[in-house]
Design a protein around this ligand. Structure first.
Ligand SMILES: CC(C)(COP(=O)(O)OP(=O)(O)OC[C@H]1O[C@@H](n2cnc3c(N)ncnc32)[C@H](O)[C@@H]1OP(=O)(O)O)[C@@H](O)C(=O)NCCC(=O)NCCS
Length: 234
């Protein structure tokens, strides 16, 4: 009894120490709020931003992307120009469904209860969660949930409060529980051209030189071809 109490206290102080180290590290990082938490397996691009109370576990966050207030991401590969709204949960980890209890207290040596009755790990560790991929320019609305292992393809939009259980095609807008395609942002021709251009791979200098094209509503092929000349695509 005493030793289990001692183990629990040690785990709590480990956790407290990790939080303190993160807090101190964040004071020196301009792009991550001091109240956000990113574990040692996470990589945040210099031009990306992590807002208050966000929690990143084994997450790679690409250039010019942001994670909104209170959002959690687990085992995610997030591309450039992605916008993740507030209070989202991306990469939900599964518990076991075919054992008597779904509680990790029986299955994982380190788990959210702070106690463990497992002599080894019987379920996959959180870091083994199937990776969730967000390609480029993905927007996730507030309070949305994305199950682990899903791919959100380039340019897609997840509506506020949606629960995404399957891959979302490029430039689709999905919403609801479970999320379904409402419509596509552009015609197939425009989507194909955008996928060919891959503007999100251009340098900041090139993008800022042609930035006006990003404010044209419902751009035509002509608009795109004018802005993204052969030269600009290199
Ligand atoms: C999904 C979204 C992008 C709108 O897409 P849209 O194509 O313009 O959709 P519309 O407003 O024309 O609505 C189309 C239909 O979808 C429904 N709908 C729209 N958003 C929805 C949502 N989040 N969940 C469920 N249904 C939704 C509408 O009620 C409408 O239904 P109807 O055809 O039966 O009347 C938007 O509603 C949304 O959820 N944005 C996220 C906003 C947000 O979280 N911002 C935080 C800042 S990051």
């Amino acid at each position: 009894m005493e030793s289990s109490q001692a183990t629990r206290n040690n785990k709590k102080s480990d956790y407290g120490m990790k939080k303190l180290i993160t807090f101190i590290r964040n004071v020196f990082r301009h792009n991550i709020s001091i109240t956000a938490y990113a574990d040692e397996y996470s990589q945040i691009a210099k031009t990306a931003k992590v807002h208050r109370f966000a929690k990143l576990t084994s997450t790679r966050l690409g250039e010019h992307s942001y994670i909104g207030v209170g959002s959690w991401t687990t085992c995610c590969d997030i591309g450039p120009y992605c916008s993740i709204g507030a209070n989202t949960n991306v990469g939900l980890t599964p518990h076991t469904l075919d054992t008597i209890s779904s509680s990790p207290i029986f299955q994982l040596k380190k788990n959210a209860t702070g106690i463990s009755w497992a002599d080894k790990d019987y379920a996959p560790n959180i870091l083994d969660t199937p990776r969730t991929r967000l390609e480029a320019d993905v927007w996730i609305g507030s309070n949305a949930i994305v199950m682990s292992g899903v791919t959100l393809h380039t340019g897609c939009v997840v509506g506020a409060g949606a629960v995404v259980t399957k891959d979302v095609p490029p430039y689709a807008i999905v919403a609801g529980v479970p999320a379904k395609v409402l419509r596509y942002r552009f015609s197939p021709e425009i989507i194909n051209r955008l996928m060919e251009i891959q503007w999100w791979k251009l340098s900041d200098e090139k993008i800022t030189r042609i930035k006006d094209v990003f404010n044209i509503q419902n751009p035509t092929l002509e608009d795109l071809n004018k802005a993204f000349t052969q030269n600009e695509q290199q």
